[in-house]
Design a protein around this ligand. Structure first.
Ligand SMILES: [Zn+2]
Length: 213
């Protein structure tokens, strides 16, 4: 998210997390295992993510409901042919709920966004190519411009005066998720719909009434 940092909240019980720490859940393909632990984990984490993300995509902030949402592995787990980071397949800190577009190959897909593990097993010590929804504070990277009338615009721009490392991360995030492209238009539409629901409804009605059956 480019407007707020996601705060990790426990959504999975300690017992379940302990079960998920078994080595069989840290290998390629584990996410698709058809067992009760996996099913319970996915259900619990999904509901929590919708709540902490206010129903919005963790990357582009468009409402998830109508956008075929998917649980996304921030550091991709990879598959059997291209194993990436299967050790964090069931690590809650590595999971967000994302719209289909952000999670597809057009945007993030299976791109490896881990810059370095720094030889450490502690996920929080890893470095990433994009602004991490939990670990980084987006306010260190982005500004959401204010319009002349004092309202917040919808798209992020790179924060002024930040160092090259921060700038690169912000730039990669904006590019990867198309936050300077067509999504800006969609974000603007969403914002207008929130701000002027009645006006928008009447425009839709006018347009519909002119459409031939
Ligand atoms: Zn998205």
């Amino acid at each position: 998210m480019y407007t707020k940092r996601l705060i990790y909240q426990h959504s999975v019980s300690k017992q379940l997390l302990k079960r998920m720490s078994d080595e069989k859940y840290k290998v390629a393909g584990a996410w698709d295992l058809d067992d009760d632990n996996v099913k319970e984990f996915k259900e619990k984490i999904k509901n929590k993510l919708i709540e902490i993300q206010d129903g919005k995509c963790a990357y582009c902030e468009l409402p998830l409901q109508s956008r075929n949402p998917e649980i996304d592995h921030i550091s991709p787990k990879g598959g059997k042919r291209r194993v990436l980071h299967p050790e964090c397949t069931f690590l809650p800190l590595n999971l967000v709920y994302s719209c289909h577009n952000c999670n597809s190959t057009i945007c993030k897909g299976q791109k490896d966004i881990v810059l370095s593990k720094n030889g450490k097993r502690n996920y929080r010590k890893w470095t990433f190519k994009i602004v991490h929804p939990y670990i980084d504070d987006p306010m260190d990277y982005f500004e959401v411009p204010i319009s002349e009338s004092g309202e917040k615009r919808v798209y992020p721009v790179i924060k002024r005066g930040i160092d090259r490392e921060h700038k690169n991360k912000a730039k990669t995030t904006i590019k990867m998720f198309g936050l300077d492209g067509e999504k800006v238009l969609e974000l603007a539409k969403e914002q207008l719909a929130v701000r002027y629901p009645e006006e928008l409804q009447s425009i839709i009605e006018v347009i519909s009434s002119h459409r031939p059956d």
